[in-house]
Design a protein around this ligand. Sequence first.
Ligand code: C2E
Ligand code: CA
Ligand code: CA
Ligand code: CA
Length: 263
Amino acid sequence: MNVYKLNEDKLKEELRHALDREEFCLLYQPKLNLKTGRLCGVEALIRWEHPERGIISPLDFIPAAEETGMILPIGEWVLRTACEQNKAWQEKGLSPMIMAVNLSACQLFVDGLAEKVQSILDESGLAPEYLELEITESMTMDVDSVLPVLHKLKQIGVRISMDDFGTGFSSLYHLKEFPIDSIKIDRSFVRNCTNDSKDATIVKTIIVMAHQLQLEVIAEGVEFKDHLVFLQQNLCDEAQGYLFSKPVPPVELVNIIPILEEV
Ligand code: C2E
Ligand code: CA
Ligand code: CA
Ligand code: CA
C-alpha cells in the first residue's frame, strides 16, 4: 500500500468522526447586488477544523466525503446550519438575505432530498425564498433523474442556481430545460474579463443570454475594481469575490456589512 492510499484511508476514517466531534464550520461569503450596491446574500462554504492538520479546504475532503457517503450527513448539517444562521440574522434585524448552499451530486441523487429540505426549513423557521441551492452542470447530465428532483425543490419554493457556469457540458440545454433562477459565471472567465477579449465576450454573452431567458446572473471570483466596473457596465446582477470580502465567520459578517456597502 502506498503512502497516498494510507493517507486517504486515514482521512476517510477521520471524516467519519468529524461531524460528531463538531469539527466542521461554515464561513459565509457576501454577494453584492450591483444595482443597489447592497448585500443581497451569502454563500455558505464549509471548512474542516482538523485537530492536528489545521484547517482543511473542502477541495481536499469533499471528494473523500463523496466516496464514503459521509457527504450525506455532512451536507445535511451544512443545510441545517446555514438555514438556522440565516434565520438568526433575520431575527437580529438584518435585511433579509438569500443563503446559498452548495449541493453535492450525491445529495441530488439520493431519495428524499426535497423532503429533507422541507423539514429543515420547517424546523429552522426560514422561509423558502431565502434559501438557494447551488448545483453544477456536471451533476445534471442525467436529466431524467435530476429534473423531477429540481421540480420538487421548486415546488417547495427554494431557489436553484447553476454554479460554475460555462465549465461543464450541455449548458444551453440545461438553461432551457431546468427550473433554475440564476446562473453563476465561473471565476475562470471573470478573472480575465478585462484583459482577454475572448473572456470579455464570453462574460458579456452569458449575461445577455441569461437575461433574455429571465435568469439572474452572478459573477464569482471578482477580485479587482476593474472587474466590478466591467460587470456593472454589462448589467450583471450580482457579484461575489475577494474585492468585497473573503468567506468569513458569522460574527464577522455582521461587522463588515457597513464597509461592504461602500465598495
Ligand atoms: P465554489 O462553489 O465554486 O465556491 C467558490 C470558491 O472560490 C470558494 O472556495 C471561495 O472561497 C473561492 N473564492 C471566492 N471568491 C474568490 C476570489 O475572488 N478569488 C479566488 N481566487 N477565489 C475566490 P472554497 O471555499 O475553498 O470552496 C471550494 C469548493 O468546495 C466550492 O467551489 C464548492 O464546490 C465546494 N464546497 C464548499 N463548501 C461546500 C459544501 O458545503 N458542500 C459541498 N458539496 N461543496 C462545498
Ligand atoms: Ca458555489
Ligand atoms: Ca467556481
Ligand atoms: Ca462556483
